[in-house]
Design a protein around this ligand. Structure first.
Ligand SMILES: Cc1cc2nc3c(=O)[nH]c(=O)nc-3n(C[C@H](O)[C@H](O)[C@H](O)COP(=O)(O)OP(=O)(O)OC[C@H]3O[C@@H](n4cnc5c(N)ncnc54)[C@H](O)[C@@H]3O)c2cc1C
Length: 403
């Protein structure tokens, strides 16, 4: 395969966490980039809010973690709680203080990262950020890719060396490359509600990240820098799921979580479909998929966005070698696919599916065994350290890079 003969830009579709981070990583190495974003301004929506330590390590190489730390909430312990018995298994992240400069989860809305990066990209003259440009289609040949985007109803044709699909779960890049997105969608939707109510004052010793099991109603309670968020599953047999967004329903669920005399102040509510899917291929010659365009999973454990960031940094390393050392892209992209698809995604898919099964178990004996297992692990510093490293995605990253 030929390396790019001239410094054509890398064309990235999508300025979410994956596309923005990749663009900045390449920009800082003087690699020309065109970043296409279909929205006119960077979205502000409540989605992922947990940055695991390896992601923070990678982002620190871009010089953005100081700004993130200034905005986010450092969470150095997280809990698995059994609502029926009141038992709490707490994992203390200081156990990994010798393993990382970031022995905590940073709770920060993902849009804060894209906005921090969005403010920095204009400083690089070789980077063109094209807002309001929707990727539509591409052709590729031995010299590179020819991409068609749509801007204000008009086609815009752009030439690049490679096309990187960072355009999310409904990726048009993936569709244009005729790559399947295999897996399944859960029957139930997840409801996420945010509230400024101070749960930390009413639940004893509550951490800022809590996985709460209950045979009747499991939930996740976590705090970002600004607000508490509660996530619940909904009834998969319900034919009118819109009702879950109605005020009375949301109030009733919050009152069930913690009864109080006055209604809850509600900041935000979202109902969304939950999928477990992986693209059949991550690479099609000069086209590469990254982030949700390549894989999607349930949010239990906060591995979706973090996995996408790990893809972006893995691919950035390879693109830098292609541009700066003239290495052949074929073997490097094949390595990317092996490291990120075959190894890392297998871990994320199996862990997130298992996390959900454990949370939703209705059998009290299973619940009890789960809680006992967490408590025994948390009480043993050696096992707890291994557990924390695994859940923070260090272990799967190490294993994937060894191959
Ligand atoms: C409602 C919701 C809640 C979530 N909650 C959690 C959570 O609690 N924890 C967790 O870990 N993960 C969560 N996720 C998943 C997490 O948000 C994603 O894993 C993460 O956003 C993936 O980043 P990305 O950059 O790959 O894609 P995205 O963040 O989806 O970014 C894609 C970007 O591409 C743009 N785009 C799309 N199509 C085009 C096109 N044709 N041309 C140009 N631009 C395009 C979009 O506008 C967007 O800016 C949630 C997702 C959703 C939808």
């Amino acid at each position: 395969m030929q390396n790019p003969a001239s410094p054509l830009p890398v064309i990235i579709a999508g300025a979410g966490p994956a596309g923005s981070s990749l663009a900045l990583a390449l920009a800082q190495q003087d690699i020309p980039v065109i970043l296409l974003e279909k929205e006119l301004s960077l979205p502000i929506d409540l989605r992922a809010s947990t940055f695991h330590p390896p992601s923070l390590e990678m982002l620190s190489g871009l010089g953005v973690t100081d700004a993130m730390l200034a905005k986010g909430l450092k969470v150095d312990r997280y809990q698995y709680r059994d609502r029926k018995t009141g038992e709490v298994a707490e994992f203390d992240m200081s156990l990994i203080a010798k393993d990382t400069d970031f022995p905590f989860r940073l709770q920060l809305e993902q849009y804060e990262l894209t906005h921090i990066i969005g403010e920095r990209l204009p400083a690089y003259p070789h980077v063109k950020v094209k807002m309001g440009h929707r990727f539509v289609s591409y052709e590729q040949n031995a010299q590179g890719v020819v991409v068609t985007a749509e801007h204000q109803g008009q086609p815009v044709v752009l030439r690049g060396s490679f096309l990187i699909g960072c355009d999310g779960a409904s990726s048009q890049v993936r569709k244009a490359a005729s790559i399947g997105y295999e897996g399944f969608t859960y029957d139930e939707k997840f409801l996420v509600v945010s509230t400024p109510f101070p749960f930390e004052e009413v639940f004893e010793n509550l951490s800022y990240v809590n996985y709460v099991s209950d045979p009747d109603e499991w939930c996740v309670i976590l705090r970002t820098d600004k607000i508490w968020r509660v996530l619940w599953p909904t009834d998969p047999t319900c034919e009118t799921p819109e009702q879950y967004l109605e005020e009375d329903y949301v109030q009733a669920r919050l009152q069930h979580l913690y009864p109080k005399d006055t209604p809850y102040e509600i900041g935000h509510r979202t109902l969304y479909n939950v999928h477990q899917r992986v693209a059949a291929q991550y690479v099609k010659d000069r086209v590469v998929l990254v982030g949700d365009a390549a894989h999607i999973n349930n949010p239990l454990g906060g591995m979706g966005m973090n996995g996408g960031l790990h893809d972006a940094f893995n691919l950035a390393d390879k693109l830098i070698r292609i541009y700066q050392q003239g290495e052949d892209y074929g073997p490097l992209f094949a390595t990317y696919e092996r490291q990120r698809k075959d190894l890392a995604v297998e871990f994320v898919q199996s862990h997130t599916i298992a996390n959900k099964k454990l949370m939703e178990a209705t059998d009290e004996a299973v619940q009890k065994q789960r809680q006992q297992s967490f408590m025994q692990t948390a009480a043993d510093p050696v096992k707890a350290r291994e557990f924390i490293l695994e859940r923070a995605m260090f272990t799967c990253l190490r294993d994937s890079l060894a191959n």
